[in-house]
Design a protein around this ligand. Structure first.
Ligand code: CA
Length: 412
């Protein structure tokens, strides 16, 4: 896990997003004038000041050479054009549900003890384990797993936008080695330094990792129990509410005011209910007083949710709504819950920039829109889409869908 969010740094995420990664050629190291050995020498005073001994430093970084693969990945730009249902298909798989359920049984007593100590739902901890590393499976994959010191030193050495992250995490990683929780050879992780079963970056490890199996070492690499407890300890510190879930799938009354979705804001579940928001399947919200926000990630054609406090706690693990929904939903499935009731608009695809411009032009021609024709769908464009949808009797969700564009084109 990482506090440097939205960077797609984790092994699990990385694996899940492989398909959507567009790798650009690495532009060249900003500090290419410095040789690796000179750089190691120049970084020593920083490490020494942080309390790292020379023997630990020299053992970890003597003979350092940058990892070309890390350089390439650090210079690449991820294009997050994945649709939410594709992301969920990749993360909440039958295999993950089945394995997770088996592991819940296998680690039952330890998970119960973790739950007692930290007050964090075991299904959430196991879901994070599943999404982050496929329950440790990817830690065995030599194509993905790298020596953490070399990866972080490469990020620090190459300069550029990840250099500061690399330096901070490298110091934290050296502290881990100095404490003796793990040997340099066994300290492995993603190319960007997320380590072990539940993918902690070194600074988070130092702040939150715990030894739960009692062998004296916080071994998130080989002890799933340590990793799960560390995850629970972290979520607890981030404000996890014991005994509560992340949110609920909901459906709206006919005539529900869709502008409330775009206005955002929190209301109690009881207030939402009065406005026409109901839990699917005729179930009641367990606590009417919980403060909740609406989340309708694919517009009126897809599932809708209300999110409560713990959703934002999951996002402290990775600041992504997709991620938090996947973890929350997987946890429900692990507990025996059902798939979402509403289905995703799987035939939908994102509009291209040219199509978005066309949409804006057509909305402008009909008097709904007077903003720039720039292919950027902001609040002005969404309001215009809603305006148009209301006029022609569509559900006014303000989503720039293919369907809306086609409808506009057909009625020109
Ligand atoms: Ca341990």
């Amino acid at each position: 896990m990482t506090t440097e969010n939205a960077t797609g740094l984790r092994i699990g995420q990385f694996a899940a997003l492989l398909l959507s990664l567009a790798l650009l050629t690495f532009a060249g190291a900003a500090e290419a004038a410095t040789s690796p050995s000179q750089w190691v020498k120049s970084f020593w005073p920083t490490a020494k000041k942080a309390g790292i001994s020379w023997s630990v430093y020299n053992k970890a970084l003597g003979g350092f050479t940058p990892d070309p693969d890390v350089l390439k990945r650090a210079g690449s730009q991820a294009e997050f054009k994945t649709q939410i249902w594709d992301y969920l298909d990749m993360t909440v798989t039958d295999d993950r549900i089945e394995k997770g359920r088996a592991l819940l049984t296998q680690y039952g007593p330890q998970l119960a003890a973790i739950e007692r100590k930290y007050g964090v739902d075991r299904h959430i901890c196991v879901a994070i384990w599943g999404v982050e590393s496929h329950y440790g499976e990817v830690l065995e994959n030599p194509k993905i797993v790298k020596g953490t010191i070399r990866s972080l030193a490469t990020l620090a050495y190459q300069g550029g936008r990840r250099a500061k992250f690399g330096r901070t995490q490298l110091i934290a990683a050296l502290k881990i080695l100095q404490r003796g929780d793990v040997t340099p050879a066994a300290m492995t992780g993603s190319w960007a330094g997320a380590m072990g079963h539940t993918q902690f970056i070194p600074t988070t490890y130092n702040a939150y990792a715990v030894d739960f199996d009692g062998d004296g070492r916080r071994d998130i690499w080989r002890s799933p129990v340590d990793a799960l407890a560390s995850t629970a300890a972290y979520l607890d510190k981030m404000g996890w509410r014991n005994g509560e879930t992340w949110g609920y799938e909901v459906e709206f009354d006919k005539g529900f005011d869709y502008s409330l979705v775009q206005k955002g804001g929190s209301r109690s579940l009881g207030e939402w209910q009065k406005l026409g928001v109901h839990r699917v399947g005729g179930k009641n919200f367990p606590r009417q007083g919980d403060s909740a926000t609406l989340f309708v990630p694919a517009g009126a054609q897809g599932p809708a949710f209300v999110l409560i406090k713990n959703f934002s706690v999951i996002k402290r693990y990775n600041n992504s709504n997709f991620y938090a929904l996947a973890v929350g939903h997987l946890s429900d499935r692990l507990r025996g819950g059902d798939a979402f009731e509403a289905s995703w608009p799987r035939n939908e695809r994102p509009l291209t920039t040219a199509e978005k411009e066309k949409l804006q032009k057509l909305l402008a021609a009909r008097g709904h829109y007077d903003g720039p024709i720039d292919g950027k769908i902001g609040s002005g464009s969404r309001n215009a889409i809603r305006d148009y949808q209301m006029k022609v009797g569509l559900v006014p969700d303000g989503v720039d869908s293919v369907m809306v564009l086609q409808r506009l084109e057909a009625s020109r």
